[in-house]
Design a binder for this molecule. Structure first.
Ligand code: PDD
Length: 281
């Protein structure tokens, strides 16, 4: 395997950043995960737009020109012979003597790009049975709209889910509303058959997979509402699913041990999963 680190392609086993990298010391950085499908990076423009926004919000410079980064990502996918999988991009504020203040302007941001294969059959099999989720109190900072590498709350929530037999955590806020998953956006189909997802204005990352599903929803005229929904409503829902670049549309069949709908993946989730790549860039 090959990784791209600060301007060079290096063997993955030797790929390293400096101990004084601010990503390491302060989680002072951002990332993107893009799907690789049929050897192509899916939704590159949308991912680059979101990366641009994340960098701006944290006032980190682009590590290289956008077109150059796109090239490096494609090249990293090619060199690793990934046909189905993900490409990971991480940008941090760079290497400097540990000090909370931003380093001076001549410190260049650090850039890492990796790519790895994922067996699509494994994910498809999981989608056939659906996954269990375990709720967790929302305990993250309010700026979850920025895709930062500061993922410790997500790590703890997901680990808790795993230890209780789940594959994903669902954050529930103080109002009893489901915000999002530990690394996914959350959707339900109500008893009445309306697809519902939380607005991206607050409490969630504006997922690229979410945006693709929204395009599908519009194209197919699916009954849809963008509004907050409670854990109670989710438990009563006909179906539920989560979305992310890593899992695409993944049906949820259990919430905290109780079955969703008939306990099997729903027809809306299954159709959206099947149709997914008709709406990607
Ligand atoms: N996670 N919400 C959170 C907290 C996420 O970390 C992610 C993505 C999403 C979905 O975003 P998108 O559809 O753009 O992947 C929502 C990535 C896959 C990860 O951390 O591995």
């Amino acid at each position: 395997r090959i990784a791209f680190v600060n301007g060079q392609y290096v063997p993955h086993k030797d790929a390293a950043v400096h101990v004084e990298d601010r990503g390491y010391q302060f989680a002072d950085g951002v990332y993107e995960v893009c799907e690789v499908w049929k050897s192509a990076i899916i939704d590159m423009p949308r991912h680059m737009d979101r990366l641009d926004r994340s960098l701006r919000e944290l006032r980190i410079d682009w590590p290289l020109h956008r077109k150059a980064l796109e090239f490096v990502m494609a090249e990293t996918v090619r060199r690793n012979r990934v046909s189905d999988g993900i490409v990971y991009v991480q940008v941090t504020r760079g290497v400097a003597r540990r000090d909370h203040f931003f380093p001076s302007g001549d410190v260049a941001p650090s850039i890492v790009v990796t790519a790895r294969s994922a067996n699509p059959k494994v994910a498809d099999k999981q989608a056939e049975t659906g996954i269990a989720v375990v709720t967790y109190p929302e305990n993250r900072w309010p700026r979850v709209d920025i895709k930062t590498v500061a993922l410790l709350p997500n790590v703890l929530a997901k680990q808790n889910a795993k230890e209780q037999g789940g594959k994903e955590a669902w954050y529930v806020d103080q109002d009893g509303n489901v915000t999002e998953g530990g690394s996914t956006n959350v959707w339900i189909v109500t008893k009445e058959g309306t697809l519902v997802t939380r607005p991206a204005e607050s409490g969630i990352l504006k997922g690229i997979t979410r945006a693709v599903v929204l395009d599908l929803v519009e194209r197919h005229g699916i009954a849809f509402e963008e509004r907050p929904f409670s854990l109670e409503e989710a438990k009563q829902a006909r179906e539920a699913f989560v979305t992310a670049a890593s899992t695409l549309v993944m049906p949820v069949v259990k919430i905290d041990g109780s079955p969703v709908g008939n306990g099997h993946p729903g027809s809306v989730a299954t159709a959206l999963r099947d149709q997914f790549h008709t709406a990607t860039d």
